[in-house]
Design a binder for this molecule. Structure first.
Ligand SMILES: Cc1cc2nc3c(=O)[nH]c(=O)nc-3n(C[C@H](O)[C@H](O)[C@H](O)COP(=O)(O)OP(=O)(O)OC[C@H]3O[C@@H](n4cnc5c(N)ncnc54)[C@H](O)[C@@H]3O)c2cc1C
Ligand SMILES: NC(=O)c1ccc[n+]([C@@H]2O[C@H](COP(=O)([O-])OP(=O)(O)OC[C@H]3O[C@@H](n4cnc5c(N)ncnc54)[C@H](O)[C@@H]3O)[C@@H](O)[C@H]2O)c1
Length: 472
């Protein structure tokens, strides 16, 4: 066993751990980074990157088959599912160097490719190394939660960790779970020519604005995805016809099964009790992401137990670096964290949904303004008129925005900036945007907030009449 010491020991080289390691090492800290599996974690290898790459392949096939009424004839796309998966692998390979061991060693980080675990509150053991650090960051991410559904362990099923390796095109993919993973994979596979059934125990996209979620769900149904809601999977079996999922609403049989029912935080290997690190399903942290029981230990990303997004893990690193390196206080907030599900149409959110805003601030305090894509000239020109932006406003400030429609993930950035910086609606309406762009939907939503104040106000009318009377 070799003894090592450092300023900062990070466990997990995914989105959060890598952001921490890059920032801390480049600011002069002595950093050890421990990774038990693949550099880049879930996002690069099994999550964001492969899912968006597969969605891109599906979108391409869909465009060929459904070019819209733009004067281009539709054609039957010749889909090579295995080649689409090769595209996914190439995309991962292209991005991988950014997350590589070599790159981080170039920053001066010592990278140890072993599983890490606490042996006492001051020490982490990884392979043949015993590491003592001034501070530890747990950034071990999460894994697919595999529910204890009777029969599941007896059938061959996929999770996000295996589906991107699959080269044989499923004739009928069944997906348990209608969250972001389930719906993104449902649409990608449907567009690549698979029959797809989504079995959802409650409501699909339940964490999102219901009106926006309904548009996504209907769009998938229009493309031929079967989405069964309120159907909890209760038993699974495999027979000559394929895999059958039983629900109280009936049974569904298909050729392949993807389980996408949420995540389980990776804490099992860490021996957190030996490290005196309190945990429930995740590491228990305070508002500064510091362990509530071991003040040397912090958590970032999925391990911290809140929302689960790559950009949140990166943000956590930004919160932790000033605390750990410079002993400056900084708190992790969530009200300004956006997210997007990359179906077509995309569904993006930042802050509160309209319903949440009304619940939190009271109906009389919240004004909800909206603008529909079908009134946006660029959307009309491109034939992408489905969708809307909806903004909840309290005392002139946006407290949340929902966008469903083309490029919602890009368009939400304006509201993300507004919420992160406490900007008022006026900041959006004052901004001049190029015409014709989809981003004008945001400005028009802000315009919808000011229009009644400007155009339906007797006071304004009186002032204008008065000024006009005396103008030469
Ligand atoms: C299919 C799918 C699609 C997604 N799409 C998006 C998206 O489009 N946008 C988005 O923002 N988010 C998306 N996410 C979520 C995103 O991938 C995660 O929130 C993000 O990866 C979390 O980063 P992290 O650093 O907490 O963990 P990870 O990136 O998972 O990294 C954790 C690392 O720790 C390692 N590790 C675990 N335990 C140990 C140990 N004991 N010792 C050493 N190493 C250990 C793991 O091997 C892993 O490499 C998606 C997730 C999935 C599953
Ligand atoms: N675009 C993105 O940012 C993106 C994409 C994919 C995943 N993610 C992240 O990964 C996380 C996990 O995604 P997810 O879709 O697995 O989880 P999720 O928790 O969002 O959705 C899982 C769904 O499965 C359903 N379910 C659970 N048990 C069931 C059962 N027995 N039968 C039928 N339905 C059942 C739940 O009701 C829920 O709607 C997300 O919360 C998100 O943070 C993000």
């Amino acid at each position: 066993m070799q003894d090592l010491t450092c300023d900062l020991c990070i466990i997990g080289a995914g989105s959060g751990g890598l952001s921490m390691a890059a920032g801390a090492s480049q600011m002069g800290a002595d950093v050890i980074l421990i990774e038990g599996h693949k550099m880049g974690g879930d996002c690069l290898n099994y999550g964001c990157v492969p899912s968006k790459a597969l969605l891109a392949a599906g979108r391409q096939a869909h465009r060929v088959a459904h070019p819209g009424r733009l004067g281009v004839a539709p054609a039957a796309p010749e889909v090579d599912y295995a080649e689409a998966k090769d595209h996914v692998a190439r995309v991962i390979d292209t991005i991988a160097p950014v997350d590589s061991q070599e790159r981080f060693e170039g920053f001066g980080v010592r990278v140890i490719r072993e599983w890490g675990r606490f042996s006492d509150p001051d020490t982490v053991v990884a392979g043949d190394y015993r590491i003592k650090a001034r501070r530890f960051v747990i950034a071990t991410g999460s894994s697919p939660f595999v529910p204890p559904i009777p029969g599941l362990d007896g059938v061959s099923y996929h999770t996000n960790e295996t589906i991107f390796e699959l080269r044989e095109k499923p004739s009928h993919l069944m997906i348990i779970g209608g969250g972001p993973i389930g719906l993104e994979m449902a649409q990608a596979h449907r567009r690549l020519g698979c029959e797809v059934t989504v079995i959802e125990g409650a409501r699909a996209m339940a964490k999102d604005d219901p009106e926006a979620a309904a548009i996504v769900v209907q769009s998938l149904r229009d493309e031929g995805v079967t989405i069964v809601e309120g159907a909890q999977a209760t038993a699974i079996s495999e027979g000559p016809d394929g895999i059958t999922v039983e629900t109280p609403e009936g049974s569904h049989t298909g050729s392949h099964l993807l389980v996408a029912v949420g995540r389980k935080v990776n804490i099992d290997r860490l021996d957190l009790d030996a490290g005196n690190v309190a945990h429930d399903r995740a590491v228990k942290v305070d508002g500064r992401l510091r362990s509530t029981t071991n003040r040397k230990v912090y958590a970032a990303g999925d391990a911290a137990g809140g929302m689960q997004f790559t950009h949140l893990a990166g943000y956590h690193a930004g919160v932790l670096i000033p605390q750990i390196l410079l002993s400056l206080p900084s708190k992790a907030k969530t009200a300004h964290i956006p997210w997007c599900t990359y179906t077509s149409p995309e569904l993006a959110q930042v802050g509160l949904t309209a319903d949440e805003a009304i619940r939190e601030h009271g109906r009389d305090k919240v004004e909800v303004v909206r603008f529909d894509y079908h009134e946006n000239d660029r959307a009309i020109a491109s034939g992408e008129t489905k969708g809307f932006v909806k903004v909840a406003v309290v005392k002139g400030k946006p407290v949340g925005a929902t966008i469903v429609g083309a490029q919602a993930g890009e368009l939400i950035s304006m509201w993300a900036m507004a919420l992160a910086n406490g900007l008022k609606m006026r900041a959006i309406s004052n901004t001049v945007l190029p015409y014709p762009t989809l981003s004008e939907v945001n400005k028009r939503a802000a315009g919808a907030y000011f229009s009644p104040r400007l155009f339906e106000s007797d006071k304004v009318k009186k002032i204008v009449r008065l000024v006009q009377k005396y103008l030469p």
